[in-house]
Ligand binder design. Structure first.
Ligand code: ASP
Length: 586
C-alpha cells in the first residue's frame, strides 16, 4: 500500500513513529518560519509541519502545494505544542521528511469544507468533489450502515435477498413507467419496475417464504421537490402471515435500525386507523410527536346564526397551548397563512382563552361567553390557550387544519428532530374514485386484499371497502407501506373488474399472476420502505438527495453526466423509433 496509516488515526501513542500518509491538501498556512498543511482523506485530517530552518527545500515545496493536490507524505509523528482539541488527531502533527505529488489539481469550483460556497447545481455538477466533503461522506456512511444492518436483521429472520429483473413489462396501473425500446423486437418496449411487486408475490408462490431486496425502483412522475425518478426501496414479502405478523416483524426491523444506527432504544409503535388519522390529524401520515388533535365542533357551533359555520359540512379546531397572548398582527398573519392557495382555507376563527377565564374571539358577535366556554371545554383548553377553528367541506377543512396543526407545532417547537414518534396507519380505503376518468383506482395497488369484513361491499359499494393495507409513519414522514395480498384467483379477477378491466385486459396485463394463482399460492403480505427517505430521516435532513451518491436535480436531470441526452439517428433507427418534429427542434 502507498500508506502506513490513514489521515484520521494517529494519536499521542504513535509519537516517534515513521509514517507514510496519502491524501488531499485541505488547506495550507504559511507562517514564514513554518508551513502547515492539513492532509485529508475519508478518515480525517492530519496536520503536516514543515520547518524552514531544518528543511528549507521541503518547506519551499510545501508552500507551492495547491488545494486538492494528491500527496504521499513521509514523516515522523510528533506531539504538537499547539494542540487542537476539536480534531481527533489534534494532539499530533507529522514533521515531514518527503513529499511526493501523486497528482496535481485545478482549483476546485467551490470550497470543499463544511461551509461550502457551492450552490446546489454547482455541487451536483461536480458531485465527486462534493463527496469529498465531510457531510456528504457521512451521509453515505450512514446509508451504508442502514443497508448493512437491514441485511443483518432480515437475514437473521430467514429473509432471502433475491434480485428481480429490471427490464419488465409496462402496466397501466400506478405511476407512469420509464420505457426501454427493444431493438430486437420492433415496436415493443420493456418498462423499468416501479417496484418488484408482482415478482415478490411470485417468489411467495415459488415457496421462498421470506424475501427481501434493497432495490432500485423507477417512477416517471411529475417531479416534486425531493422526489427522485429513481429511488431505493427495502422491499419485503412474507408467506403464511396475518397483518399483525407483518407489522411486528417490521417494527422489529425499525427497532433494530434505531438501536444499531442511532443508538436509540425503547422505540414503540402506535397504531391508528386511516379514518382516525384523517379525523384527528387531517393527514394519513400524522406527526404524532405532539398532540393538538382536532376537535369537531359541529354540535356546539352550527345553527347558532353564524352563516360560515351553518353552511359548513365540518367545523373543527385545534388548541394551541399558551398562545392566548397572540397579538392582532400575529393572528392576521396566521389568517393570511391559512388563506394561501397551498392551504386553501377561506378564513380562520380564533378564540383566546384569557388568563382571567374570559374569552375573546373573532366571532364574539355570534357566540356568547358560555358558548365559547363550551368549545374550550370540548377542546380541553385551559386559560392562556388559543383555539384555532376552520370550517368548510370535510376533506378540505381537515387538510387545511392538518397543515395549520403542523405549522403551530413548528412554531411551538414541538417537532424536535431528535424525538421519534412511530406509528402504523392501517385500514386505508381500498379504492379511490377518479372524476376525470370516471373509474376507481387502487389506492395502494391492485394486489391489495380488502378487509375480510368488507369483501361483500366490493359488489355493492366499492368506495367504502377498506383495504388490509398499512403505512409506517415516523414523525409525519411516510417511511413505508404494504398490505396483505389477494392470493386467490377469483378475488383478484373481481378486483380487476372493479378497476374497469375486461377479463381479456386483465389476462393480457396480469395473466402471469392470475395463472400463478392457479398453482397453490400461499397467503402472503409484505411491505416496502423508502430507503433514501429513511436514511434522510435518521440523518436529520429533509432532503433525500443528500443521501444519494449521484442524485438527479429537481427537473430529473443528472447535471454531472448531462442526461437525459439526445441520441443519434442511427441509434434511433436501430430501435425503430422516430422523433416527432417538436421533439427534434427541442
Ligand atoms: N410495492 C409496494 C410499493 O412500492 C409496496 C408493497 O405493497 O409491498 O408501494
Amino acid at each position: 500500500m502507498l500508506r502506513t496509516h490513514n489521515c484520521g488515526e494517529l494519536r499521542l501513542e504513535d509519537i516517534g513513529k515513521e509514517v507514510t500518509l496519502c491524501g488531499w491538501v485541505q488547506r495550507s498556512r504559511d507562517l514564514g518560519g513554518m508551513t502547515f498543511v492539513d492532509l485529508r482523506d475519508r478518515y480525517g485530517l492530519t496536520q503536516l509541519a514543515f520547518n524552514m530552518e531544518t528543511n528549507a527545500p521541503l518547506c519551499k515545496q510545501a508552500r507551492e502545494l495547491g488545494r486538492e493536490f494528491v500527496l504521499q507524505v513521509k514523516g515522523r509523528v510528533t506531539e504538537r505544542s499547539n494542540k487542537n482539541p476539536k480534531m481527533p488527531t489534534g494532539d499530533i502533527e507529522i514533521i515531514a521528511t518527503e513529499i511526493k505529488i501523486l497528482n496535481e489539481a485545478q482549483t476546485p469550483p467551490f470550497t470543499i469544507e463544511e461551509e461550502t460556497d457551492g450552490g446546489d447545481e454547482l455541487r451536483m455538477k461536480y458531485r465527486y468533489l462534493d463527496i469529498r466533503r465531510d457531510m456528504v461522506r457521512k451521509n453515505l456512511e450512514l446509508r451504508h450502515k442502514m443497508a448493512l444492518e437491514t441485511r443483518k436483521f432480515l437475514s437473521e429472520q430467514q429473509f432471502l435477498e433475491v434480485e428481480t429483473p429490471v427490464l419488465i413489462k409496462s402496466t397501466p396501473e400506478g405511476a407512469r413507467d420509464f420505457l426501454v425500446p427493444s431493438r430486437m423486437h420492433a415496436g415493443q418496449f420493456y418498462a423499468l419496475p416501479q417496484s418488484p411487486q408482482t415478482f415478490k408475490q411470485l417468489l411467495m408462490v415459488g415457496g421462498l417464504d421470506r424475501y427481501f431486496q434493497i432495490v432500485k425502483c423507477f417512477r416517471d412522475e411529475d417531479l416534486r421537490a425531493d422526489r427522485q425518478p429513481e429511488f431505493t426501496q427495502i422491499d419485503c414479502e412474507m408467506s403464511f402471515v396475518t397483518r399483525d405478523d407483518v407489522l411486528e416483524t417490521f417494527e422489529g426491523l425499525a427497532r433494530h435500525l434505531f438501536k444499531a444506527v442511532k443508538g436509540i432504544e425503547n422505540i414503540s409503535f402506535d397504531r391508528m386507523s386511516y379514518a382516525d388519522a384523517m379525523k384527528y390529524y387531517g393527514s394519513d401520515k400524522p406527526d404524532t410527536r405532539f398532540g393538538m388533535r382536532f376537535t369537531e365542533l359541529n354540535e356546539l357551533a352550527k345553527n347558532k346564526g353564524f352563516q360560515v359555520f351553518d353552511k359548513a359540512e365540518l367545523v373543527a379546531g385545534i388548541c394551541a397551548e399558551g398562545c392566548a397572548a397572540y397579538s392582532r398582527k400575529q393572528l392576521d398573519a396566521l389568517t393570511d397563512w391559512v388563506r394561501r392557495p397551498q392551504i386553501g382555507a377561506n378564513g380562520l376563527v380564533y378564540v383566546k382563552y384569557n388568563e382571567d377565564g374570559s374569552f375573546k374571539s373573532s366571532v364574539d358577535k355570534f357566540f356568547d361567553q358560555e358558548q365559547l366556554k363550551a368549545w374550550a371545554d370540548a377542546m380541553v383548553a385551559k386559560p392562556g390557550d388559543l383555539l384555532l377553528i376552520l370550517a368548510g367541506d370535510t376533506a378540505h377543512t381537515r387538510k387545511a387544519l392538518g397543515e395549520l396543526r403542523l405549522e403551530m407545532g413548528k412554531r411551538l417547537e414541538l417537532r424536535d428532530p431528535n424525538t421519534f414518534a412511530c406509528l402504523w396507519v392501517t385500514d386505508f380505503p381500498l379504492l379511490e374514485w377518479d372524476e376525470d376518468t370516471q373509474r376507481y383506482y387502487a389506492m395502494h395497488h391492485p394486489f391489495t386484499s380488502p378487509l375480510q369484513d368488507d369483501i361483500d361491499l366490493l359488489a355493492t359499494d366499492p368506495g367504502m371497502v377498506r383495504a388490509n393495507a398499512y403505512d409506517m409513519v415516523i414523525n409525519g414522514v411516510e417511511i413505508g407501506g404494504g398490505s396483505i395480498r389477494i392470493y386467490d384467483r377469483p378475488l383478484q379477477e373481481k378486483m380487476f373488474e372493479v378497476l374497469g378491466f375486461t377479463p381479456e385486459q386483465a389476462q393480457e396485463q396480469f395473466g402471469f399472476l392470475l395463472n400463478a394463482f392457479r398453482y397453490g399460492a400461499p397467503p402472503h403480505g409484505g411491505v416496502a420502505f423508502g430507503f433514501d427517505r429513511w436514511c434522510a430521516l435518521f440523518g436529520g435532513s429533509e432532503s433525500i438527495r443528500d443521501y444519494i451518491a449521484f442524485p438527479k436535480n429537481n427537473a430529473g436531470r443528472d447535471v454531472m453526466i448531462d442526461t437525459p441526452s439526445v441520441i443519434d439517428t442511427e441509434q434511433l433507427k436501430e430501435l425503430h423509433l422516430k422523433l416527432d418534429k417538436q421533439a427534434k427542434s427541442e
